[in-house]
Design a protein around this ligand. Structure first.
Ligand code: NAD
Ligand code: LMR
Length: 327
């Protein structure tokens, strides 16, 4: 049985993400958990003629939803409104993610945990610390989904050069998932050179793409549909590798560098970062290899230098939220 749980399944991301995952042949049971409306969303999705069973679980049914899950995807929590940073969401979302991670430790300690809830730079360390405290942490199985940055990059690059195929134009995005911590490596886009002005404009648009959507939605939330698309792409990659045994699959994702201590030792010694978004290769057990950093231009090295202190602060905030409180 391959059970995939969506926590926050009735929300703006949760619903379209659940719809996309209902189409996966690799999932046998799709469990939808939310503090509101999950049974209704589940009843609706359950009429779609694919093989998976769909179940809906309300507020008091987290344990039942998570029991024996293979993969848990977490888009639970509040989204930004105009004028807010992702870090402003920490106050509410940190506790939500902590409680869900405790549910994972209790009910499905070997599940792959895919975190969407912001601020991702801090919520991923929260999940890892909770799992550590319960003695069930496997760094190869906890991921911050930063795929939307990659999806946006492909699209925005395509807007500069319409002869490219946006589905095939891969842009490596490293660092984290907020503002200056998002570092697109445009110098390595195959078959495309940019002027300095284009690099400035593209980099800014990729780093602040989330703000573009928050502003356009004008108080009604942040990216949901493009995020569901990106979340489904990442979840499907994990399932293709871990369930179907497909090899050579690579996505950029925000991980604890202990997932591949050998490949990341030099980078860790240099930056003192414990978490970083980088191209990761997947195998049957989750992350199998973290790729080494691509060659960076001087401009990109400058972006990375600016990202490191902010990332460090975000990571420390998430880690301390758990280590400074007894859970
Ligand atoms: P939303 O408010 O539409 O949906 C969130 C859902 O979470 C709601 O249905 C709510 O009932 C549910 N929820 C709240 N507390 C819960 C709990 N304890 N257990 C289970 N469910 C709970 O918000 P959204 O637009 O779907 O965004 C969700 C999160 O995803 C936000 O934090 C947002 O910032 C983040 N996000 C991340 C990315 C990314 O690239 N990683 C992209 C877009 C949005
Ligand atoms: C995004 O990048 O769209 C998300 O992180 C949501 C946000 O707050 O911008």
């Amino acid at each position: 049985m391959v059970k995939v749980v969506i926590c926050g399944a009735a929300g703006g991301i949760g619903q379209p993400l659940s719809l996309l995952l209902k189409q996966s042949e690799l999932i046998t049971h799709l469990a939808l958990y939310d503090v509101v409306n999950a049974p209704g969303v589940a009843a609706d999705l359950s009429h779609i003629n694919t093989r998976s069973t769909v179940s809906g679980h309300g507020k008091e049914e987290m344990d039942e939803a998570l029991k024996d899950a293979h993969t848990v995807v977490i888009p639970a929590g509040v989204p930004r409104k105009p004028g807010m940073s992702r870090d402003d969401l920490f106050k509410i979302n940190a506790g939500i993610v902590r409680d869900l991670a405790m549910g994972v430790a209790k009910n499905c300690p070997s599940a792959h945990v895919l975190v969407i809830s912001n601020p991702v730079n801090s919520t991923v360390p929260i999940v890892c610390e909770v799992l550590k405290q319960h003695g069930v942490f496997n760094p190869k199985k906890v991921f911050g989904i930063s795929t939307l940055d990659v999806v946006r990059s492909s699209r925005f690059v395509y807007e500069f050069n319409k002869s490219l195929d946006p589905q095939k134009t891969r842009v490596t995005v490293i660092g984290g998932h907020s503002g200056v911590t998002i570092v697109p490596v445009l110098s390595q886009v195959p078959g495309q050179a940019f002027t300095k002005d284009q690099i400035d404009a593209l980099t800014h648009r990729i780093q602040y793409g989330g703000d573009e959507v928050v502003k356009a939605k004008d108080g009604a939330g942040s990216a949901t549909l493009s995020m569901a698309y990106a979340g489904a792409r990442f979840t499907n990659t994990i399932l293709q590798a871990t369930v179907a045994g497909k090899t050579g699959l690579v996505e950029s994702t925000y991980v604890n560098l202990a997932a591949d201590p050998e490949s990341t030792a030099a980078f860790k010694a240099q930056t003192h970062l414990e978490y970083f978004a980088q191209d990761v290769e997947f195998g049957r057990d989750g992350a199998s290899k973290i790729h080494s950093l691509p060659t960076l231009s001087a401009y990109e090295q400058g972006l990375l230098d600016a990202a490191v202190p902010e990332l460090k602060a975000n990571i420390n905030k998430g880690t301390a939220f758990i280590t400074d409180s007894k859970i």
